[in-house]
Write a protein that binds this ligand. Structure first.
Ligand SMILES: N[C@@H](CCC(=O)N[C@@H](CS)C(=O)NCC(=O)O)C(=O)O
Length: 225
């Protein structure tokens, strides 16, 4: 633990996947942090759409990350993750494994694939499965197919490491981006039966200390009052 640092503040929600990836990165780098929970309402004091939280993130979504050591406030999980890496991963333990132009692009392309495609498609499956007020079978089918298409792509990439990491040489922040979203497959009503390498990778990820600690910390955190 970096005891000389003031704890960072991770604004989160008890179940939403995006804050969890930031917690995993913080755990991996052994950075001190406290979690503040918000709900999804517009309550001025407790909700992500309320006036208090909107001063931190005008987009009204978690995660947001405040760093009292630098005064920097970030939001969007990708920006939070990259901030943490730039400032605190001085030995590059979770960044791109190599330094070539191709290595950097390989890291970013998988990061962006999760942020723009696999994550949002899974989110829409969840929405039309659990939260949309009326049934919309066409929309649900569309997003299920798109999520499975992403699983096809991910399964192919995992073949390069035998299912141990998304970038072939070692676990990186890219794996942290994917873990909370892929973990949601059952909640989304999806199956990994056709994806043995994703299944293996998820088991390996979920056994890692930084992943387990992040979930414990997020689930144990107090709601913001
Ligand atoms: N693209 C954003 C998405 C953030 C996001 O959608 N967060 C969810 C929780 S995982 C949220 O705050 N939802 C509140 C809402 O939908 O009102 C990111 O990667 O951080």
């Amino acid at each position: 633990m970096n005891t000389h640092l003031k704890p960072l503040i991770l604004h989160a929600h008890a179940t939403g996947p995006n804050p969890i990836k930031v917690a995993i990165a913080l755990e991996s780098l052994k950075l001190p942090y406290n979690v503040k929970h918000w709900d999804f309402s517009d309550n001025p004091n407790t909700g992500v759409k309320g006036s208090k939280f909107l001063q931190i993130n005008e987009n009204g979504r978690v995660p947001a990350l405040e760093d009292p050591n630098t005064g920097v406030v970030s939001w969007e999980s990708g920006a939070c993750m990259n901030y943490i890496r730039r400032v605190y991963d001085v030995e590059n333990t979770i960044g791109p494994p190599g330094g070539s132009a191709q290595d950097l692009v390989d890291f970013e392309k998988w990061e962006y694939f999760l942020l723009t495609t696999l994550g949002p498609m899974t989110g829409q499956v969840n929405w039309f499965t659990h939260y949309h007020p009326t049934k919309n079978a066409d929309a649900l089918k569309r997003y299920q197919e798109q999520t499975y298409r992403c699983y096809d792509v991910l399964e192919g990439q995992l073949a390069k490491s035998g299912g141990t990491s998304i970038l072939p040489s070692r676990v990186t922040a890219v794996d942290y981006h994917f873990e909370p979203w892929v973990r949601q497959y059952a909640f989304a009503g999806l199956s990994l039966d056709k994806y043995p390498l994703i299944h293996k990778w998820l088991g390996l990820m979920d056994a890692r200390e930084e992943v387990q600690e992040a979930y414990l910390k997020i689930r144990g955190a107090e709601k913001q009052e």
